[in-house]
Design a protein around this ligand. Sequence first.
Ligand code: ATP
Length: 410
Amino acid sequence: MYIGIDDTDSKEGMCTTYLAKLIIDRFGCEGYPRLIRLNPNIPYKTRGNGALNIISDGDKDEIIEIFMEYAHYGKENTNPGIVFMEKIPSSLKNFAVKALHENIEITEALECIEKNKIDYFALGNKRGLIGALAAVGMELNDHTYELIAYRERSKFGKRREIDVKTVIEMDKKYYPLIFDNYDYRNDHLCIAPSSPCPVLYGIRGEAPEILEKTQKMIRSEKVDKKQIFLTNQATDMHLVTKKISEIKEFDSVIVKGEVSESPTTIEGGHVIFKINDSSEIFCAAYEPTKEFRNVIRNQIVGDVVKVYGGVKYTKGLTINLEKIEILKLVPKYTIQKEKCLCGGTLKSKGKGVYKCKKCGKKMNLRKIEVKREIKEGFYEVPPSARRHLSKPLCRYQKLQQSSISQDLSI
Ligand code: ATP
């Protein structure tokens, strides 16, 4: 039986992966449980909009008892949902794709359940059914794995004890077979969440065997339980190539365009600029993207770029950058002299002729090409700012199966 679960956690604790693990410990699971990330731009999510899908032949009533006992129902914005089905209806595939790219109404989930006679249980406004259905219906062309280690119950909500040195050693030895463990530039441990949930840490990687092996290197407080999940994390599955005129709020897009308004740093340290492909849109590198903002600050009008990111409405539709590919840098010029001898500012009259605004003197000045501080190429936000679905650049270099097996034998 296929089981889909979602929306069991709150800002105060729990994690849907933990609830799935409790069901697996009681009834077992065929293959790896699947942790499916859905539209990262919708407003209802607590953190990473994750939903769970397991295949298990457990007793439904007992599963619902576990679900009722552990789901954080009653907390703000928690509307748990669970679905059970023997076969996956073909229409569920499209529903899942929609849940990845759009904002779905709860009524649509209820209609899908009714039409396909799907067994379900839900609380609150039943929003959790959207993710529960999508997790079962989602087809994956690419996937990674995450090993999640859980804390003892007495430790929930307390400071996590993880020896960071051992995580760095693990990362240095096995990257890129495992990735996003540590952000060296920002001194940030990426494997541990900051919320009071049951998760101690999660190691992400290309193969289950490598995760089992690498986990042995981490020294930490006692691990109570652990589980490997198959997941669509780090796949870029959320991104769709679009023209600017086609973009809607909540989309995640790849867009090619020309920089049409220079980057400016606004209050809070966010860097904003515009690109154009015959329509125009804002792009933003927010403060948490740290050093990535320096790449953006060096863009000038005319540069050709491909941007990757999620769309939100702020001052207008804005692409929240996850990655940028700089395809063409245009030459940057400065004029030889920026002021007139009298101290007045110079105004361009075209064709290299400048006029002093103070004394009116006209002069011919040469434009000098200056060095661009960046190179054409692919740039990404640091691991500490990476979204779950975002594919790190290290995954773009296709891993050779042989190199994986070679490393496994170390
Ligand atoms: P996690 O903590 O596991 O990373 P999360 O806590 O951020 O995930 P949820 O608690 O799962 O997110 O809450 C997201 C809610 O939004 C769920 O009720 C889910 O069913 C719903 N949802 C998921 N995708 C969509 C969508 N595309 N449109 C509307 N609602 C959605």
